[in-house]
Design a protein around this ligand. Sequence first.
Ligand SMILES: *Cc1c(COP(=O)(O)O)cnc(C)c1O
Length: 469
Amino acid sequence: MNWDKFAPWAHKVVDWTQSYHNGISDLPVRAQTAPGAILNALPAIPPDGPEPVEQIFRDFEDIVMPGMTHWQHPRFFAYFNSNASPASVLAEFLAMALSPQCMLWQTSPAATEMETRMMDWLRQSIGLPDGYHGVIQDSASSATLAAVLTMREKALDWHGNTQGLPGQPTLRIYASSEVHTSVDRAIWISGVGQDNLVRVPIKGDWRGMDPDALDAAIEADKTAGLMPVGVILSVGGTGSGATDPVAACIDVAEKHGLYTHVDAAWAGSAMICPEYRDMWAGTEKADSIVFNPHKWLGVQFDCSAHFLKDPEHLVKTLAISPEYLKTHGAEGIINYSEWSVPLGRRFRALKIWFVLRTYGLEGLRDRLRNHINWGQKLHDRIAAEPDFEIVTSPMWSLFTFRYLRDGADLDDLNLALVNAVNDDGRIYLTQTRIDGALVIRFQAGQFDCTEHDVMMVHDVVTEIARGLA
Ligand SMILES: *Cc1c(COP(=O)(O)O)cnc(C)c1O
């Protein structure tokens, strides 16, 4: 194929995209294929000669589509959503048409300067004060890794990068048991080591870190000659939406001079609605904050918004500029590759620009408020069923519940239920563990879902549960 032959196929892809989305509600949400089915349908050896695009396209429909889980399905209530609004998809088409590699200002000034402006739009949208600077990371995991490396290097006066960790004091980082596994991986990769991730006890309905226990843990480590370097806080944890008392924990961190990072990967999007900002009060004092517009805001994967109070610390930790990456003769420019672990970067700001302009903040707020209100309504209906119990109450649109049956092993029963629900295909839910118990987890956040879609969860779950052998 050359560019002269491109347009008819591109038109076909566009038409296909629209009809896919228009009919998506009729598809089973989770792929219904057995492991290995797609692998076996793909030839074991690569083609020697060219094949017609007609055939490739047919195989895409016949082989690939049955093996897809439909993340843009309005009844996707598993994990967290990864929304791709139509405006975002258009922007990505354009970004793909250009396919720039935006590592430096001069490798596409528009990408860099739009990133600066869009990150400031997002900063204002979620109510962070002036003075925060933002960068788009490929994932919250990357942002958290960058924050952990910054904690490490700031505490070691940037000697870790040069000398390595042997011979340095033992570094300690604090988080609750409810933080995402990306925190553990950042601790491993940074060389801090899992044993030095201190799990601070949680308390209360929000399953948040106990600030007094945090203070005591830091004091005890100092007494033992260890070196506390940072605190990682959770706002809207993945399992049940666990949220730390951010203000009180940051006060403790500040008292000890520790760097703070807030992981609000999912719930950060809710902060476009001013009424939810109380729930993360204190975040406006954090050194580093991440949230994923690619989850709830309709700006498709990948797009993680990382805000820094003082980007100098991060840049000093991550920037390397060999001669071949230097930009001579341009003052006051930003090279965002100095703010992230990967060097290469896609043009991600374009889709933020398209989405914020197409829907406006009010349009996005309406969607999120609906998800949260419908989630509450579904919670009330499930709570009213005598053979179901709510395990954790709604945090934004997320809650967990269990099916009860006398004499049954409830973990086995609920795992069987969630599997049966997903085999049925009308809705998609996942499980998690709360204090050791296996529970079913619900969250609403799909861009196009309706109240009817959310209420179907009650009908499908009760019907399937009561039919279980
Ligand atoms: C989704 C999620 C992450 C990981 O996000 P990636 O962008 O996939 O790395 C981290 N923390 C929380 C709380 C999340 O919900």
